[in-house]
Design a protein around this ligand. Sequence first.
Ligand code: G5P
Ligand code: MG
Length: 216
Amino acid sequence: MRIVLLGAPGSGKGTQAQRLTDIYNIPQISTGDLLRAAVAAGTELGKQAKIAMDAGGLVSDEIVLGMIRERLQQSDTANGFILDGFPRNLTQAASLDKLLAEVDQPLQAGLLIDVDFDVLLKRLTGRLSCKDCSTVYNRYFSPPAQEGVCDKCGGTNLYHRADDNEETIGNRLKVYEENTAPLINYYADQGLLKRVNGIGEMEDITKAIQAELATV
Ligand code: G5P
Ligand code: MG
């Protein structure tokens, strides 16, 4: 299964991608996670990306497309992938289509997780992420069983993302509206758009996604 998860910052792309990975046995490819790893490693690419990420803007298409091209060549993508946070604008979407056409593996769905903007702020300001395995928690809605310890990997490196402050969140939402939301029509025009309501129990949202994907 080859799918793109669409949705605003905080809509639950990462949360649902991790669940879908276990269900379909295909990898989650999150450009945000790949970029944060590059920032943490202090690579040249990471240094360039950090400036845009701290401001809540988009990292250059050139950097992101290079990363995606390399990632899609790895063998664990043979049965498909879940793209989370990519593509982010029409240029990236067209480049992805081209890349997948070259290997005759076209995208099968663009799945939108729909969440009202007023819910997103609380989700993002309360988010905690595991540095070791990227599992996502929320200090208000879904904290780990033991404070400061990841339920999944047992690591003790839960952190609050640097871009989850109100000012940067405001920018990220604006960038989403202007650059990423047009992808909804882009995939609708290709007959690939699926849509689920992203407010409710995480488990129910996963089931709604599975029901949508059952027809691809
Ligand atoms: P990212 O890392 O892609 P965003 O801003 O697109 O970041 P984000 O913030 O990671 O997206 P998400 O993955 O949609 O949001 O949300 P999540 O982490 O799963 O959930 C958010 C919170 O809500 C968590 O606390 C979770 O527990 C809670 N939650 C989730 N689901 C539910 C639910 O059903 N119910 C409830 N109650 N709570 C829930 O990108 C970061 C930066 O990297 C760069 C950009 O600078 C970007 O700003 N970047 C790119 N730049 C250019 N091109 C690209 N393709 C780029 N990709 C990344
Ligand atoms: Mg995410």
